[in-house]
Each structure stands twice: as C-alpha cells, then as structure tokens.
Design a protein around this ligand. Structure first.
Ligand SMILES: [Zn+2]
Ligand SMILES: [Zn+2]
Length: 567
C-alpha cells in the first residue's frame, strides 16, 4: 500500500482506477458502490435498508452519500443494476443532493420513475433507459448491461470497460436454466468475457454459505401448481411484488387450477402495472377487483398479496387479522409464503403465522414445502462464475462480514490471484497508470447512515431520534410553573404526562408529583428562586428522582418557568 504518496483529498489528480463502497459491505442492504477512473466518479446502485424497532417512527435507512456529495462535480451518473429496494430505494430520497443522470433497463426505470414521481422529481431527474443487454458510454466508462437471472425481472451484471482494464460488477445474480422471464444464464458469453481478460470482479456474497445451487423458477412453478391443485377453500399466496417471474407463476397457477385471481396491496398492483407496461406478464389472467373477489366461491379464488415478511401494515397481515374490509379467511383456508424468510424478519413472520394458525388456517412457508427459490448464487454457482470470468482481482460485496470472508475464501480456492476484502468506506486501488502501484486499500472515506423520518432525512445519530427513543422507553412529563419576581409560586403548577403508569388511573401519581414540585420550590435558596434556569433545573431533578422512586423510571422531563414580573 503506497499510502504515503497518496493524496486523499484530491482524487481528481490520480491516474488510478478506484473502487469505494459506501453501503452494502458489512451488511445486506443499502448498496452504494463508487468507481473512480482518472478522477471521474461513477455510482453503481443507491439502495436503502428497512429500519427495525430500534428506530421509533422510522421505516427506512439510507447510506450517507456525504463523501461523493462533496465531489458531485466529478460524479458522472448513477447506474442501476436492478429494481430491488436495496439497489434503487434511496435514489428518490437522495437525488437532490447529487443531481446526476440515472441509467437503468426498462423495468427498473419504470419502478424508479414511480419513486421519482412520488418525490416530485419526474421532470427534474434525467432517467435514461438502456435496452436489455445494451451499452452506454459515460465519460471514461464503457458500460454494458449483461442480463443475469435474479429474483426480479431484469437483474444485470455490468461489464465496465476503462483504459485501466475491465471490471465485472455482478449485481445480484443466480444461475437459472429456466428463469421464466429473461434468458437462461449466458455462460458462454461470460466465458468469452473471461477470455478477453477481466481485471476485477466485484460480486454478490449473500448466499455463499449455501452448498447447493439456488434452483430454478420453473421448478417452483411446477411445485406450486401441484400444491395448489390439492387445496380446497381459499388460497392466499404472498411473495415480493418485484419478483415478476413469481407473479407470472402465480397467474399460471390460478389458470391451471381453475381459480380466479385477485391482487391485493398497493405495491403488488403497481408492479403488475409496471410489468405489463414494459412487456412482461402478457399471459397474466384478468384480475378481479376486491368486491368481485369477495363473491367468488371459496374454492375458486386465489389471492395474491404483499406482506410475506410479516409487515404489520401489508395486505397479508390485514387479511390474517381479519381487518381487511372485503377479503376474509376462515378455518381450513390456506396461506403460502412463496418467499425467503429474511434474517431479521423471523419474529414478524412468526407472529403472522401464529395468528393464522390460531384461526385454523393452514400455512406453508419455504421450510414446509418447495414454494421458493433464492435469487442469489450458492457455492456451485459462484464456482462456475469464477471459472468463466477468471478475474485478476476479486472483491466480495453485498454481504455481512461473515459472508464476505467466506466468499473471499471461495475466490482464493478458485485461484484468484488477488482477493481484497473491504468494508464500507475502504478505498481500493484496482489499477494505476503508475506501473509500480499495487492493487489494494489505499485510503478510507467517511461513511454513515441516514434515516427517513416522515418527509425529512436525518443523520442516524440525530438527537431527534434519540429523544423519541427515550420518550418511547420511559414516557414524558411536562411541568409548568409560574413564579413571581422573588421566586414565589403563583397559582398551582401544571403537570402533563404521557406514558406514565398510574397517571390515567386516578389522581394519585399527579398529586404526589405536584407535592414534590411545590416542596422543591419552597426550599429553593433566593439565588436559585430568582434564576429561571436554576429553578427549573431544581424542579426537574427532584421530579425525576421522585418518579424513579415511584415507578422505577426516569421519564423525559421538561420544566417551563414563567416569570410574572408584575407580581
Ligand atoms: Zn436484488
Ligand atoms: Zn441486493
């Protein structure tokens, strides 16, 4: 590593080819990859991650693009590999900070267009459509989209040719001999790409622990047809809306098992429309609306819906709780989760399954029957890919540390000369015009996360979120006191509390706290009593101590002092 002669502030003067992930390395989610060729940056993907319960009121987490925002004059474009949220989800939230053209294939572009419109950006943001398998020249980068199977229509790897050499950025991928949508794996084309010489492969680590290949969409179709054909009563199938091949399969299942189809959930309907618009789902059966569906005999209906991860507000959760206004389930109906149980979502999915089982509804998940295949490569597929591409450098991405370390081992086992493991923020030199410069880590960029709070994007360490968490854990008390010029109490202190046990069940807690406030004010020294801040602090500390004694918690406590000078 030649860190000594490297100027971290001025990438534009370096004759290097660099790689820098700002998201997606060390986590599965919020991918943000950057390449820098001779000082000009290219972004590949700009995704998000879903927030857990640790962030009250927050649904979405974004990568902090601060590093590239500061250099946005040198940023040429954002190239999107495919339409999953972990690859496109942050585009509309962060576009105003970056203001560069976007590139995507037609289906991905259709999904991005919808998101831009929601943010009022459909006119401002330049969205360029690259045909499937097409190419585009962006500054010093010659980029070719290489269609690869994945759990969404239009998964793509990118062949990025620069004067320093060729990068193969795999995106999310799998090998599928019969993907139903798109072409089978272009093994020969990838081998030819390897013959031409690939400098670096930057690739998906998600399923590196799977010893078996991911399996084919066609096999899932055959299995689902068999499973549903044997079912009586209502059948619900839930999957990710963006898995267009699976939607096509569910349409096929409805037709071959003699059921009418209804789609429920806003994102499901939006993806079906977007798919049809760009030429997919052409054999999809006509969809019933929910009123029509409610009248169809139980054994003749198939409900396709969102919510396979147990999301509380999604269609499936509402149907499971019996909250859906038109579509109801009864004992001996069936629910199939045709999807992966994503790590982190086990509890939510468990709650959903329990609520169904309690109502004697039969549930099938990927653990019970063959109803799902993954969209990411297992070990045999990774080995095939390395044997075709034969890169000089391999950099595992799209994984937690353990996935990336295992992927690095697999790459070494496949004979890759230089395997570089990275975390978000590592700046890696892939090649340099200076012949003595070795590939490897050369610098670190600042990284971070942002949260989407309603319409505002905040730093993850923001005081707003910390405050909300404290109120959520311990409740909130607001005390207002009026004092005269000498610090004497005027009238009775006003107490308002939220989330405090004993407060709503009678006056006891209120009265006890009132006593503490009045007692504290009585005992103030003149210097305290005449100073608003000191008086307020004394009351706040005493109130918190008393609450700790009474309820074992110290709620967020605010004291407002009103000084009545005329008294
Ligand atoms: Zn994906
Ligand atoms: Zn992904």
């Amino acid at each position: 590593m030649n860190r000594d002669d490297y100027n971290p502030m001025n990438y534009s003067e370096q004759d290097d080819l660099l790689f820098l992930p700002l998201g997606g390395c060390g986590e599965i989610g919020m991918n943000l990859n950057l390449y820098c060729c001779d000082g000009q940056w290219l972004m590949v993907d700009l995704g998000l991650t879903f927030a857990g319960e640790y962030f009250p009121g927050i649904d979405l987490i974004l990568p902090d693009p601060g590093f590239i925002e500061e250099r946005r004059d040198d940023l040429l474009a954002i190239v999107l590999t495919h339409g999953h949220e972990d690859h496109i989800g942050a585009v509309a939230h962060l576009w105003r900070r970056l203001r560069v053209p976007l590139y995507a294939t037609p289906f991905t572009a259709e999904l991005v267009r919808g998101k831009l419109a929601e943010h009022g950006l459909e006119k401002e943001a330049e969205l360029n459509i690259v045909e499937n398998g097409g190419s585009v020249q962006i500054g010093p980068y010659d980029i070719r989209y290489i269609p690869l199977a994945h759990s969404i229509a239009e998964g793509n790897g990118l062949k990025i040719t620069t004067r320093h050499g060729v990068i193969f950025h795999t995106g999310d991928w799998k090998l599928d001999p019969d993907p139903l949508i798109g072409e089978p794996t272009p093994g020969e084309e990838l081998a030819r790409l390897g013959d031409e010489g690939v400098l670096a492969m930057i690739g998906d680590s998600t399923n590196v622990f799977n010893e078996e290949a991911s399996g084919s969409e066609k096999a899932v179709r055959d299995s689902l047809v068999k499973i549903v054909a044997d079912m009586k009563n209502r059948v619900v199938i839930s999957t990710f809306a963006s898995n267009v091949a699976r939607l096509d399969t569910i349409g096929h299942v409805a037709k071959t098992t003699g059921r009418r189809l209804v789609a429920v959930g806003r994102s499901m309907i939006r993806v079906i429309e977007a798919s049809k618009k760009v030429g997919y789902l052409q054999d999809f059966p006509p969809l019933l609306d929910e009123d029509e569906a409610a009248k169809v005999p139980r054994s003749e209906l198939l409900i396709l819906c969102t919510g396979c991860q147990g999301e509380g507000r999604a269609a499936l959760a509402r149907i499971a709780r019996g909250d859906h206004p038109r579509l109801k389930l009864a004992a001996d109906d069936h629910v199939i989760l045709s999807s992966k149980i994503i790590p982190g979502n086990e509890l939510a999915i468990g709650r959903l399954v329990n609520s169904l089982v309690l109502r004697n509804i039969h549930v099938i998940t990927e653990k019970d029957a063959f109803v799902h295949v993954s969209g990411h490569p297992g070990q045999p597929e990774l080995r095939d890919m390395y044997s075709w591409i034969r890169p000089r450098i391999a950099i595992p991405v799209h994984g937690e540390a353990r996935h990336m370390a295992r992927h690095a081992q697999l790459a070494r086992d496949q004979g890759v000369e230089k395997v570089i493991t990275v975390m978000n923020g590592d700046i890696v030199r892939l090649a340099s015009a200076k012949s003595n410069a070795e590939p490897g880590k050369v610098d670190e960029a600042p990284v971070g996360r942002l949260v989407v709070d309603g319409q505002t994007v905040l730093p993850i360490a923001s005081e707003t979120i910390a405050e909300r968490r404290r109120m959520m854990m311990s409740g909130h008390v607001c005390i207002t006191i009026a004092l005269d010029r000498d610090g004497g109490l005027v009238g009775e202190p006003q107490l308002v509390a939220r989330g405090i046990p004993g407060w709503h069940e009678g006056e006891a807690m209120h009265d006890r706290l009132l006593e503490v406030v009045e007692g504290t004010l009585d005992k103030l020294k003149p210097a305290q009593a005449e100073d608003d801040h000191k008086a307020g602090e004394a009351v706040r500390i005493a109130a918190r101590r008393a609450l700790d004694y009474e309820i074992g918690k110290r709620p967020v406590t605010d004291v407002r002092v009103i000084r009545l000078d005329d008294w």
